[in-house]
Design a protein. Structure first.
Length: 107
């Protein structure tokens, strides 16, 4: 659903099935923005976010964090946060807002 919504809104989308693949893809070709589900398999989104913010070449990439857990538990350090369920319109609007504002997770 995320891929379709963002593609229809005019964004180029790459997907990764788990955290390891995501980090590899980001390393090879850094994107303009990352939509990151904290519930990724193998290497979860928390670890991916920590790795992204620890590297100089990735820490400035805006990240839209998506979680099914309590929003209050994740509010610190996450500039663009969406709690599941996420509608396509809400995702697209959040991505546009994060790109426009240059929002990033706190380092």
């Amino acid at each position: 659903m995320f891929r379709t919504a963002l593609s229809l809104a005019g964004f180029t989308v790459r997907e990764a099935a788990d955290g390891y693949l995501a980090l590899g893809s980001i390393e090879r070709d850094p994107p303009d923005l990352i939509v990151l589900d904290l519930g990724l398999p193998t290497l979860n989104g928390y670890v991916v976010l920590q790795e992204l913010t620890s590297q100089a070449h990735t820490r400035s990439i805006p990240v839209v964090v998506i979680t099914g857990q309590d929003r209050a538990a994740h509010a610190d350090g996450m500039a663009c946060l969406l709690q599941k369920p996420v509608t396509p319109d809400r995702l697209v609007n959040t991505v546009r807002g994060c790109l426009a504002s240059g929002s990033r997770p706190a380092v």
